[in-house]
Design a binder for this molecule. Structure first.
Ligand SMILES: C[S@@+](CC[C@H](N)C(=O)[O-])C[C@H]1O[C@@H](n2cnc3c(N)ncnc32)[C@H](O)[C@@H]1O
Length: 282
């Protein structure tokens, strides 16, 4: 009890206005993520564990270290801890239904000569989105086709998890149909490991969405879901414009349920398959 109290007293959560503004600028500069005013609880919950690990006393100490000679791993740790990695298998099932029943049959027909399909999961987090796409494609029985699924994210730690393809029971309980669990996963201790045949369809690499995308693609479909919400309007516009350059003609973009291209880009036209909305390039 005394130790807990002492620990609480030694790690002070209060942060000066100057340091709050410094962290806002620092996180924006390193990731594009906008931290609004009054989000002290967010900074505290994400950064106080780092304060403790680094044997510092306060968030102000952490700011001083970041301003001075903070080693690269610490800088990455701070930025990675500010990313929100919430995800699940088949997130937004209506979108995946449209993808399976409408988008893929049309794409397979259009690519019947080249037999090549390329898909990008552009804010892949721990990989559930990329593997959900892979499971659907596997079901289509495309023998002899070259299927490439690329998952990228800014956060290297979360990408390492994605590449490992190992999930907790609670994670497979969220959104993964039982038939896919049986077909594509093996129990390892308390966890579930994605089988190699599925894992080999997906590759992961670190990529900051604010970078030039010239080296990526061309993709038939881009999933860029639940990440634009963290950016300001200028960053969203730039990302949508860059994504378009990575896409094959008539390629489709999938966004999160709370995201849209409206007022951000005039390039994309909305294509709806029932409740599933995609955005198409010319
Ligand atoms: C909420 S998750 C979305 C995961 C998945 N797309 C989904 O919809 O379930 C957002 C992801 O965006 C990543 N992210 C944040 N800023 C980024 C940036 N500048 N470049 C690339 N990825 C970024 C985060 O690391 C996080 O894993």
């Amino acid at each position: 009890m005394q130790t807990v109290l002492a620990e609480k007293q030694s790690i002070q959560s209060s942060i000066t206005a100057e340091n709050y503004a410094f962290l806002q600028r620092y996180i924006y500069q390193e990731s594009g993520i906008v931290i609004d005013a009054g989000k002290n609880y967010l900074l505290e919950s994400r950064l106080l564990p780092i304060v403790k690990q680094e044997n510092l006393s306060t968030l102000n100490d952490l700011c001083n270290l970041l301003r001075a000679t903070a080693p690269l791993p610490l800088k990455s740790k701070v930025v990675e801890s500010m990313t929100t990695n919430e995800t699940l298998f088949f997130r937004d099932i209506a979108l995946f239904d449209g993808f399976q029943k409408n988008v893929l049959p049309e794409l397979i027909n259009a690519r019947r000569d080249t037999k090549k399909i390329s898909i990008w999961s552009a804010a892949a987090s721990s990989g559930q989105e990329a593997y959900s796409i892979a499971m659907i494609l596997k079901d289509m029985g495309l023998e002899g086709w070259r299927i490439q699924i690329l998952g990228t994210d800014l956060n290297q730690q979360i990408l390492d998890r994605a590449a490992a393809g190992r999930y907790l029971q609670i994670e497979v309980n969220r959104g993964l149909p039982a038939k896919y669990l049986v077909k594509h996963f093996t129990r390892v201790g308390l966890d579930w490991q994605i089988n190699d045949s599925l894992r080999s369809m997906v590759s992961f690499q670190k990529f900051d969405l604010r970078s030039s995308m010239r080296s990526l693609g061309p993709f038939d479909i881009v999933f860029c879901r639940n990440v634009l919400i963290y950016f300001d309007v200028e960053t969203k516009k730039k990302i949508l414009s860059e994504i378009q350059k990575t896409m094959n003609s008539r390629g489709l973009l999938a966004l999160g349920a709370a995201e849209t291209t409206i007022n951000l880009s005039t390039t994309y036209s909305r294509v709806a398959y029932g409740p599933a909305t995609f955005y198409q390039v010319p």
